[in-house]
Design a binder for this molecule. Structure first.
Ligand SMILES: Cc1ncc(COP(=O)(O)O)c(C=O)c1O
Length: 361
């Protein structure tokens, strides 16, 4: 038997039928596919950061609890002392930890769909059934369908991306609150795009027994750092903490994140620039004929092109060295849809020009 077949028989069945997470190479291209910030620290700030890193002891393991970083995060987000906080290697790792701790064959993971793919991927890989509740054609949650799904499946955890990726909209607050009230499991509001919308459920955590908020440094401008944090009632977080690998946040990441938090104004200014560009890019897309652009509270825009042309438009942009995300084929509701990250004024202009050429050659 060929080794490949032998291995396929030995590997867990949830893994054997899957493909690895695939990312299109971006080298030499204008990269507008992953909701990164286009801005880097000015050189004075970089020099200061590097001198902070010089004091880091790379020969030692990091503080396993990242205590000082967590204290800074508490201060930054105005968290009450009684709330738990956990840090992860990106919010991706926290999503995995949540599902490891709260999922399982009898505890489904639930989320509206289309949404961020890692909820489903982690559930499937970890052997939890995944329940996707379809969004409406305007990407709103169908409240009755969500509540019925919660009652029927009694999920171990529910993920609500707020704003949602890849649709960019904020779900109705009352619907989310109804879901929190109806659920027995943990409801995680994933606020990855919080820097671009300012809306949060953080202040509601103390009054709710099973609400947690997930945030990341990635969309703020530090995607390379790989740092996310989860905050919520301590009894839930104490259980999730049991599946955390001992030293999951490196000394470099802990020191860099603390440095970033002491210069948070710089990030706020960049986020404001991105929000202004989001408006301009939205208007620019709206002016192109045969294209529908959706409202966004995040640092990306979802748009729909003429029927059957999404892959063609995507390839044409790629040929012009611009990488965005083709969502056509990922979900019924995303037919003919593409997603672009809001970038600098220059890159946004280049994108608009290239797109205009692609759709009206
Ligand atoms: C809604 C949402 N949550 C989480 C993430 C993952 O973020 P991180 O880089 O912190 O793993 C993303 C990334 O695109 C996202 O869109």
């Amino acid at each position: 038997m060929a080794l490949e077949d032998h291995v396929r028989r030995r590997v867990r069945k949830e893994i054997a039928g899957r493909s690895a997470y695939d990312v299109i190479p971006a080298a030499g291209r204008i990269k507008l596919d992953a909701m990164e910030s286009p801005y880097v620290w000015p050189s004075a700030l970089q020099t200061e950061w590097l001198s902070t890193l010089r004091q880091v002891e790379l020969n030692r393991y990091p503080d396993p609890t990242a205590f000082e970083l967590c204290e800074d995060l508490r201060r930054w987000s105005g968290l009450e002392g009684a709330m738990g906080i956990l840090v992860g290697n990106g919010s991706d790792e926290l999503i995995q930890m949540i599902i490891m701790a709260l999922g399982g064959p009898a505890r489904p993971v639930l989320a509206p769909e289309p949404t961020f793919g890692m909820y489903r991927i982690n559930a499937e890989v970890l052997g939890s059934p995944f329940v996707g509740v379809p969004l409406s054609d305007r990407f709103a949650i169908d409240r009755a369908a969500l509540l019925l799904a919660i009652e029927t499946h009694d999920p171990g955890c529910i993920f609500l991306a707020y704003p949602n990726n890849p649709t960019g909209n904020l779900f109705e607050r009352e619907t989310i609150e109804a879901a929190i009230d109806a659920a027995n499991g943990l409801v995680i509001i994933d606020e990855a795009y919080h820097p671009y919308c300012g809306q949060t459920f953080l202040n509601e955590i103390p009054g709710k027994g099973h609400l947690a908020v997930l945030r990341t440094f990635s969309k703020l401008g530090l995607a390379g750092l790989r740092l996310g944090f989860l905050t919520g009632p301590e009894p839930w977080l104490a259980q999730i903490n049991k599946v955390r690998l001992p030293y999951n946040i490196s000394v470099l990441a802990q020191a860099s994140a603390r440095f970033a938090l002491s210069h948070v104004d710089w990030f706020t200014q960049q986020a404001e620039k991105v929000c202004a560009e989001r408006r301009r890019l939205h208007n620019g897309l709206q002016e192109l004929s045969g294209l529908k652009v959706y409202p966004s509270a995040a640092n990306f825009l979802l748009f729909r092109v003429s029927e059957g042309t999404a892959s063609w438009v995507f390839d044409s942009l790629l040929q012009q060295n611009i990488l965005i995300k083709n969502l056509d084929g990922q979900h019924d509701r995303l037919r003919d849809c593409l997603r672009v990250t809001v970038s600098t004024p220059d890159e946004n202009d280049l994108f608009l020009e290239a797109l205009s050429a692609a759709i009206s050659p």
